[in-house]
Design a protein around this ligand. Structure first.
Ligand code: CA
Length: 480
């Protein structure tokens, strides 16, 4: 079995040059060489304007094909370039996961008169107005697409809330009224009910909406020959919808159609409950682990490394956890800013690439660049990816027993000759730790694969090695 690695192939500040699909196509061979086995691509459909990252979704069926919102291409390119890129990735057996934004849409083609109640942003179950009429941008007929692929037209009754009244030119959270209409159940309970995030919030209790989204999911997976999806903003979406959506898409694409959801919550208990609600049909990003990495990077030597894996989803639900260091939302300047500091990034990537649990995700910004500024981590990431492919196999034994030096060993397996490793990080001084890599390794000479330490270690009779690590650094010990 190959050790899979997903790469998030975008960051927030990419230029609006329509070049990403072409760039990714040209990069396919290289990605496969460094050990990337799947790519998460950004929302590939028409947003409210060309330069939008894709999360302000306008038309899910316009993959850069129609003249809508004053552009044919999206920020990332045209539909033809998108398809060609996916074909190329598949040639190198790299899977493609599309970012699916089904919680909300940006404003539509025309306004409608809509009866609403305004709600308290901090307590969405509390109305702060009587019912009144607004002019909302909730009408969509997608004139540029002219019914191709779908003749579904969106109206105010397909949404549960909206954020702008064009009559009074005023923003707010306006809950749309209607028979049996309310915020959905099965969403995060922050702010009372976190169904509404922004824009026009899709009413996932409306049967026409559910049907149309399921139809789109099957269509886009077939049209682009997708291997999976990354579902955006699922804590704002009715949980049962997500489960049923995946059933619908997998009925067409097979049960191995991959899915990971963005449930941005650092509380393990909340994620546990969610996984139960959706029958573990979707992986979740390991947000609790991300926050540990962030905190460790902020506190420096004052962080107790014994806590590094506390509450990590990868520990409690190993087969449902996508581990990551940073992403387009956590990067500096983004909405959920919590960027892991540079000094700690090599250690963080060492941890997620080499540990047994979790499906690691490499962030474009950490490998290539952010806002055109080259990442300092490219080389160490390549070394760690190589270590993952060659050595990160077999059972893991943890050594999280010291506040400033921690690590684990992987015992290796029979399928991968000479596999197994000893991983150490230090957030304080230079140091060492005696770790056992197995009696069967006695007499072997091991070295640090990252090259930060020149000394070698000979494994003793009992399988122990006294492994070294530099302060504020990581070491990956493997058989020489
Ligand atoms: Ca919602």
């Amino acid at each position: 079995m190959k050790n899979g690695v997903m790469m998030q192939y975008f960051e927030w500040n990419l230029p609006n040059d329509g070049n990403l699909w072409k760039q990714l196509k040209d990069d396919a061979k290289h990605l496969s060489e460094i050990g990337v086995t799947a790519v998460w691509i950004p929302p590939a459909y028409k947003a409210d304007e060309q330069k939008d990252e894709g999360y302000a979704t306008y038309d899910l069926y316009d993959l850069g094909e129609f003249d809508q919102k004053n552009t044919i291409r999206t920020k990332y390119g045209t539909k033809e370039e998108l398809k060609s890129m996916i074909n190329e990735l598949h040639k190198y057996e790299i899977s493609v996961y599309l970012d699916a934004v089904m919680n909300h849409k940006s404003w539509g083609d025309y306004t409608e008169k809509v009866m609403v109640k305004e709600v308290d942003p901090n307590q969405r179950n509390r109305a702060i107005s009587k019912e009144f009429e607004i002019q909302a941008w909730t009408g969509y007929d997608f004139p540029g697409r002219n019914n191709k692929y779908s003749d579904f037209k969106w109206h105010s009754y397909h949404f549960s809330g909206t954020d702008y009244d064009d009559a009074s030119k005023r923003s707010g959270i306006f809950r749309i009224l209607g028979e049996n209409k309310y915020w959905s159940e099965g969403v995060d309970d922050e702010n009372g009910n976190y169904d509404f995030l922004l824009g026009n919030d899709l009413d996932l209790d409306h049967p026409e909406v559910v049907k149309e989204l399921n139809r789109w999911g099957v269509w886009v997976a077939n049209e682009l020959n997708l291997d999976g999806m990354r579902l955006d903003a699922i804590k704002h979406m009715k949980d049962i919808f997500v489960k049923d959506f995946l059933v619908a898409v997998r009925a067409e694409r097979g049960n191995d159609f991959y899915a990971v959801g963005e449930y941005w919550n650092g509380d393990l208990d909340t994620l546990d409950k969610y996984l139960d609600k959706v029958d573990h049909s979707i992986d979740l990003f390991d947000v609790p682990l991300h926050f540990n990495l962030y905190e460790a990077s902020e506190k420096g030597k004052d962080y107790d490394l014994q806590n590094l894996l506390n509450n990590a989803l990868a520990i409690s639900h190993s087969d449902c956890a996508v581990t990551f260091v940073d992403n387009h939302d956590s990067q500096a300047g983004s909405s959920l800013e919590s960027q892991v500091k540079d000094w700690f990034k090599p250690m963080a990537y060492g941890l997620i690439f080499l540990m047994e649990n979790g499906y690691p995700c490499l962030f474009y910004g950490d490998y290539y660049s952010i806002d055109g500024k080259e990442s300092p981590h490219k080389l160490i990431i390549e070394i760690l990816l190589q270590a993952r492919q060659k050595y990160a196999y077999g059972e893991q034994q943890d050594y999280f027993t010291h506040p400033s030096i921690a690590g684990f060993v992987r015992l290796g397996d029979k399928e991968h000759e000479d596999s197994g490793l000893a991983f150490l990080i230090s957030n304080g001084e230079d140091g060492s730790k005696i770790m056992n890599v197995g009696e069967n390794r006695k007499g072997e000479v091991w070295h640090d694969f990252t090259g930060s330490i020149k000394d070698e270690v000979t494994i003793d009779e009992k399988g122990n090695g006294n492994f070294l690590v530099k302060g504020g650094n990581l070491a990956v010990w493997v058989k020489k």
